[in-house]
Design a protein around this ligand. Structure first.
Ligand SMILES: NC(=O)c1ccc[n+]([C@@H]2O[C@H](COP(=O)([O-])OP(=O)(O)OC[C@H]3O[C@@H](n4cnc5c(N)ncnc54)[C@H](OP(=O)(O)O)[C@@H]3O)[C@@H](O)[C@H]2O)c1
Length: 442
């Protein structure tokens, strides 16, 4: 028997579907633009007109480049939650706490559907909000929250619903992928390319959320919740960003046949679930290796399906607003689903795998003084930690000077690799913290 509360959404298709849009920035203004431009098409697809009843933002006077005439301006976004003439609240303000979170909670509480693009909110409070939505018999929709214009939520929640999901891999932050791609193509360093990305509008003035992997981790946490039927648990994620990647690593990775990507990985491992966000090496011609620039991609392995790859622009007004409007059409049609694909009461507390126990091949870059015995010392540490070397390259000859040594390993226990790096760092010949990254042979 389907959850009866989800049937409450069966709607009167003869009346317009009425929405209030809270937030008129990049995404909110894009939503208004699409609904105005494609009104007729949307009506056919939804089976009824979609009507914007009210809008809210901070600054009423700001020109947003879209026509807001005919919409009621709401001074306090929170008031949308109680308006009788609104069927769904579209929250595109942002932030895991504060106005956006209060509005979403209050809207669900008052029996309104919610569409949001807010990954931070879902990663931190997704379970509680999904419970509330179920309790009130309404829907919490968030296609735009993960990978912008790429319909991965629909794919995972519906298109792949027949499968037990084994793993999910994602390039989930366009800014990081742009920076890594540009570093590779130009040989320039991280700081330089980051500045350029900021000037081009790809990176925020405060880029920490993007380059430290937090934004991508929010998205991974949502995908893992749907894929594995678990409560989203952002705190259980191991996160490493891309600040420390340099052009030397990128050049060596290329030489070894790899690309460096900030990769989100969620997969089943011995009855547990591994959830990590970290820069990894992936083969150049692999599904993830070919994704460049601001593009996002998600690759899912199910037990009865090959490995579909979805890719496209992960941010920007058009792609993100397109996903928000797709959710609105689904709601207007009467399509109802629990937030994470199954009723919130059935979401489990995941048993998370210890990343230290995972087995992987590794890329290791050392900066060591070029002198006799150094490679022997490094090899001895790796041998003692049971780490088998797959390849080793020392470039250049500069007696008495630091030179890079690149080592790739066979499958190794993560904790052993980290302990070996600590010991190598303590060698007199080692002049820099060793750089280590997983190799994912996708
Ligand atoms: N931009 C993207 O490409 C993208 C992609 C995927 C997901 N998202 C998500 O979409 C959401 C919105 O992002 P955005 O890029 O559109 O942000 P934005 O351009 O900064 O817009 C935020 C909007 O919220 C309004 N706002 C801020 N505080 C408010 C308050 N107290 N009451 C009412 N309105 C308030 C702002 O009003 P004013 O305009 O008056 O300042 C602005 O219109 C975020 O959750 C973000 O993570 C964005």
């Amino acid at each position: 028997m389907p959850d009866k509360k989800h049937l409450r959404g069966m709607c009167d298709m003869s009346t317009p579907f009425r929405i209030g849009i809270a937030g008129l920035g990049t995404v909110g203004a894009g939503v208004v633009r699409i609904i105005r431009k494609n009104a007729e098409l949307l009506e056919k697809r939804a089976g009824r007109p979609i009507e914007i009843v009210a809008v809210a933002a901070k600054d009423r006077k700001r020109d947003r480049g879209v026509d807001l005439s005919g919409f009621d301006w709401v001074e306090k976004a929170g008031d949308m939650a109680t308006r009788k003439d609104i069927d769904a609240v579209i929250e595109v303000i942002g932030g895991s706490e504060g106005v956006a979170a209060d509005l979403v909670r209050a809207s669900l509480e008052n029996g309104k559907h919610v569409v949001t693009a807010n990954k931070a909110l879902l990663a931190h409070h997704g379970y509680e909000l999904a419970q509330l939505a179920d309790e009130k018999g309404v829907c919490l929709m968030y296609e735009a929250a993960v990978a912008g214009g790429v319909p991965i939520i629909k794919a995972l929640r519906e298109g792949l619903a027949a499968n037990e999901i084994k793993s999910i891999y994602g390039i989930l932050n366009g800014t990081c992928n742009y920076i890594l791609t540009t570093m590779r193509q130009t040989g320039r360093n991280f700081d330089d390319v980051l500045k350029e990305a900021q000037a081009a509008g790809y990176a925020e003035a405060d880029p920490a959320f993007d380059i430290d992997g937090i934004d991508a981790a929010h998205k991974l946490c949502i995908l893992a919740a749907i894929g594995f039927g678990v409560k989203p648990d952002f705190d259980a994620l191991n996160i490493e960003g891309i600040r420390h990647i340099n052009s030397t690593d990128i050049a060596y990775a290329t030489e070894f046949g790899y690309r460096i990507k900030l990769l989100g990985i969620a997969r089943r491992e011995n009855g547990k679930i591994l959830q990590v966000m970290e820069p990894c090496l992936v083969p150049i011609e692999s599904p993830m290796g070919i994704i460049d620039d601001v593009y996002n991609a998600v690759y899912v392995e199910g037990d009865f399906v090959e490995t579909p790859l979805l890719t496209g622009k992960g941010a920007g007004q058009g792609p993100t607003a397109s996903s928000v409007v797709a959710d609105i059409i689904d709601l207007a049609r009467g399509h109802r689903l629990p937030a994470f694909g199954i009723p919130a009461r059935d979401l489990k507390d995941a048993v998370w795998a210890d990343p230290g126990e995972t087995m992987n091949s590794y890329y290791l870059r050392l900066m060591v003084i070029d002198k006799a015995g150094v490679i022997a010392d490094v090899s001895a540490i790796l041998r003692d930690k049971n780490i088998s070397i797959e390849g080793l390259v020392q470039r250049g000859r500069a007696p008495g000077q630091p030179v890079p040594v690149i080592i790739t390993t066979h499958e190794t226990r993560h904790a052993d690799m980290m302990e070996a790096c600590d010991l190598i760092e303590k060698l007199d010949c080692c002049v820099e913290k060793p750089r280590v990254m997983c190799i994912e042979e996708l």
